[in-house]
Write a protein that binds this ligand. Structure first.
Ligand code: ZN
Ligand code: ZN
Length: 302
C-alpha cells in the first residue's frame, strides 16, 4: 500500500505521547561537527525553536501513533532528489475556479519559491473538476460538496510533467480521503510526486488568516512530497494536526530536524532562504514572522 500522509480531522482512540527530551531531539538532528559553520548555526537550537509538548485532548498526537522521522531515517528512506532525471520544478495545479477576492495563488507560488528555493515553482493551466474521474459526495456536517482526494491523487499521478519534481494541486472544494473520514485539509504522497490541498475551510472573513493558513498547508503537504514524515521533535510546520485550532498553533517554520532534511534534498543557501522568507512575510502582512526570519539571518551571519 502506498504510504500516504495527511493533515486530517478525525478522532479515534486516546494515546499517550511522551515528547522527546533534548538528547532525543539532538540525536534526531544528528551530528553537526563535520558541517560548515553556517549550517551548524542553522541547525542548532539557539532558543529559536520550541520543543514538542504533550498534546491536548483531540490533538493529532493524542489520537495518532507517530514514530517520527530522524534526519538519518530520512536519508535512509531515499527520498526523491530534486533535479534527478531532470525533475527540478514544483508545479501548482489549480483545479476548478477560485474567487477573485480570495487567496491569490500567485502569492502562494511566490511563497513556495522562497520556502523551497532554489527550486522553480510554476503554475499549470487550471483544470476543470469534470476533467478528473473523481468521486464526490455532500458532507453531512457542512452540506457542502467534497472530492475524494485519494482518487484525485491517483488521477494526478498520470498527469505529472516529465520535468516535475512534484505537482501540488489546489482546489476550493473540500476533500475526503475515504468514506470513513470527515474531511482533510490536504494530502500528499512521499514518493509519487503528487499532493493536493484545499482552501475550502479557511473562510473569507479574514483574508490575512486565510493566506497564512493556505501557505501553511501547501508548505506542509509539499514537505511530505519531499519525503518528510510528520515531525514529533519540535513545534514545526511538519507537525500533524487534527483540527483547525491545532493547525493555527503550528508554526510556519521548519525545526532543525526538518531543516536538515530539506537542506539534504535541495542544498539551499541558508541566508538567502531566510532572507527571502523574511521579505515575503514583510510584503504579506506578518511582521513578527518577518522579524523571526531576520533574527535567524543575523544569528547565521554573526
Ligand atoms: Zn501531514
Ligand atoms: Zn520538524
Amino acid at each position: 500500500m502506498r504510504l500516504v500522509l495527511i493533515l486530517l480531522f478525525g478522532v479515534s482512540s486516546v494515546l499517550a505521547f511522551e515528547p522527546p527530551n533534548s538528547d532525543k531531539r539532538r540525536d534526531a538532528v544528528g551530528p553537526l561537527q563535520a558541517l560548515p559553520p553556517v549550517l551548524q548555526r542553522l541547525l542548532s537550537d539557539g532558543g529559536s525553536f520550541r520543543p514538542m509538548e504533550k498534546p491536548l485532548a483531540g490533538d493529532w498526537l493524542s489520537t495518532n501513533k507517530e514514530p517520527g522521522q530522524t534526519f538519518a531515517q530520512y536519508v535512509q528512506s531515499r527520498p526523491n532528489k530534486p533535479g534527478d532525471n531532470g525533475r527540478g520544478t514544483i508545479y501548482l495545479q489549480p483545479i476548478g475556479s477560485f474567487p477573485k477576492d480570495g487567496v491569490q495563488l500567485e502569492s502562494v507560488r511566490k511563497y513556495l519559491e522562497a520556502f523551497y528555493q532554489p527550486m522553480r515553482v510554476e503554475m499549470l493551466h487550471s483544470m476543470d473538476e469534470s476533467q478528473l474521474l473523481v468521486t464526490t459526495r455532500v458532507n453531512r456536517g457542512t452540506d457542502k460538496l467534497q472530492m475524494n482526494c485519494t482518487e484525485l491523487l491517483n488521477e494526478l499521478e498520470h498527469l505529472v510533467p516529465a520535468d516535475a519534481y512534484i505537482v501540488m494541486a489546489v482546489t476550493m472544494t473540500d476533500l475526503y480521503p475515504s468514506e470513513e473520514w470527515n474531511f482533510v485539509f490536504g494530502m500528499a504522497r512521499l514518493k509519487n510526486r503528487v499532493g493536493v490541498f484545499s482552501l475550502a475551510r479557511y473562510g473569507a472573513d479574514d483574508p490575512q488568516l486565510a493566506l497564512e493558513r493556505a501557505v501553511k498547508v501547501v508548505a506542509h503537504e509539499t514537505g511530505h512530497a519531499f519525503g518528510m514524515a510528520h515531525c514529533i521533535h519540535f513545534r514545526c510546520l511538519m507537525n500533524g494536526v487534527n483540527h483547525l485550532g491545532e493547525a493555527d498553533k503550528v508554526p510556519q517554520t521548519l525545526c532543525p530536524v526538518c531543516l536538515r532534511k530539506l537542506h539534504y534534498a535541495t542544498g539551499f543557501d541558508p541566508v538567502k532562504r531566510y532572507s527571502e522568507a523574511s521579505g515575503w512575510w514583510l510584503k504579506n502582512g506578518d511582521e513578527s514572522l518577518a522579524s523571526w526570519y531576520s533574527k535567524r539571518v543575523k544569528s547565521l551571519t554573526r
